[in-house]
Design a protein around this ligand. Structure first.
Ligand code: ATP
Length: 358
């Protein structure tokens, strides 16, 4: 039997609190299902590590992570270090070195949750965001710092290969999950070089998938669509920056950051993929035991799906929904007064019921 090797990076703030609950779910799954086995190794690469060693992870950190089947990540960052340090010294090196060029974010209003939109909507689509190049590059620089003529240049890097692989993944995903439409988020009317290459390559790929319809919207119009007609969307394909912004909007219409998962995927399996909640370390509520663990647990479910265990993914998601529908034990961010631990335990309980152990 395959034993999945999982690297666990709990991080800072609420990261370790929500991770603890996700690991309970993982343990429950292997107890219930004898065909599922895993081994975890924890890496405490966080702000404490940075304060002690001047590095977010050891020099050979990426080498240490490379042999794992996947990485389960919590959240990093606290006020002792400036915000860009954990991003550029831990998260970005992992995404880039391991060629996790897909950022996958389901925008799904789970059963039992309410949308802040005025009318109840059927919200169930995915965002596939380019995750390795685009607007998030370090190419550029500053000149004349502190002078009145100071200037800054930040370059966007878009390559035919980079666009082609994310677009191919998106259309293949649509085919596999029987989605009928891919919506391209662009801005080629104003960003005339990089975004026009983006559109050109996406359209070439779209032509290879006759059965899937393709539409192109300017990103500002898509933002409006998220609010006015989210039920019309099935799969949104976006560049790094646009996908980042749209996915926060997406999580806002579907229950908020406490329930928003994400996956950073290396589709060809050459390197581990990484699964993490969309939220950060939430210093304002850290240590209080009230963080919502659902985003982390759903991220874990995405990892199971990536392992080819869609059955386990579905059980976890349905168990989360059982808890939401029951409305007895919810964390404060979604209108309850329960603790992180109570919610984690209740999800495990529902899972045992669903999978026939209780
Ligand atoms: P980052 O820059 O790392 O994203 P941030 O402080 O801007 O950090 P978050 O840490 O995600 O963003 O927090 C934003 C808000 O959402 C905070 O008020 C936080 O308490 C709340 N929040 C985030 N995650 C959760 C969660 N799991 N449960 C409850 N509230 C959360």
């Amino acid at each position: 039997m395959n034993v999945y090797k999982i690297a666990v990076l709990p991080g800072d703030g609420i990261g370790p609190e929500v991770m603890k609950e996700a690991l309970k779910v993982l343990k429950a799954l292997s107890n219930i299902d004898s065909t599922f086995a895993y081994e975890i190794t924890a890496f405490h690469w966080n702000t404490d590590h940075y304060v002690k060693h001047g590095l977010m992870m050891p020099e050979n950190g990426l080498k240490q992570l490379e042999p794992f089947d996947s990485i389960l990540f919590g959240a990093v960052g606290d006020s002792r270090v400036s915000e860009h340090i954990p991003i550029w010294e831990l998260i970005m090196p992992i995404r880039k070195k391991f060629q996790q060029y897909i950022n996958f974010r389901p925008i799904k209003l789970l059963r039992g949750l309410e949308t802040p939109l005025k009318q109840e909507k059927d919200i169930d689509f995915v965002i596939i965001r380019e995750n390795a190049e685009g607007e998030y590059s370090t190419a550029g620089g500053k000149m004349y710092q502190g002078e009145s003529r100071e200037l800054a240049v930040q370059n966007t890097i878009m390559t035919r290969e980079g666009i082609s692989r994310v677009a191919t993944y998106a259309f293949q995903y649509a085919r596999e999950y029987q989605l009928h439409k891919v919506t391209n988020a662009t801005k080629s009317n104003a960003i005339i070089h990089t975004m026009s290459l983006w559109d050109e390559v996406v359209e070439e790929i779209a032509n290879d998938f006759d059965e899937i319809s393709y539409e192109k919207y300017y990103v500002d119009a898509i933002a409006a669509l998220f609010v006015e007609r989210p039920e019309d969307l099935q799969l949104v394909l976006a560049s790094n920056l646009f996908g980042d912004i749209l996915s926060d909007l997406g999580s806002a219409i579907a229950g908020g950051l406490g329930v928003a998962p994400s996956a950073n995927i290396n589709p060809n399996g050459d390197f581990p993929s990484m699964f993490e909640p969309v939220h950060g370390s939430a210093p304002d509520i850290a240590g209080q035991g009230v963080a919502n663990p659902i985003a982390q647990i759903w991220s874990l479910a995405l990892m199971l799906q990536h392992f080819g265990r869609s059955d386990l993914h579905d059980h976890v998601l349905s168990s989360i929904e059982d808890v939401l529908v029951e409305k007895k034990l919810l964390t404060p961010d979604i209108g309850g007064s329960a603790t992180t631990e109570q919610v984690g335990d209740t999800i495990v309980n529902k899972l045992q019921k669903r999978m026939g152990l209780a």
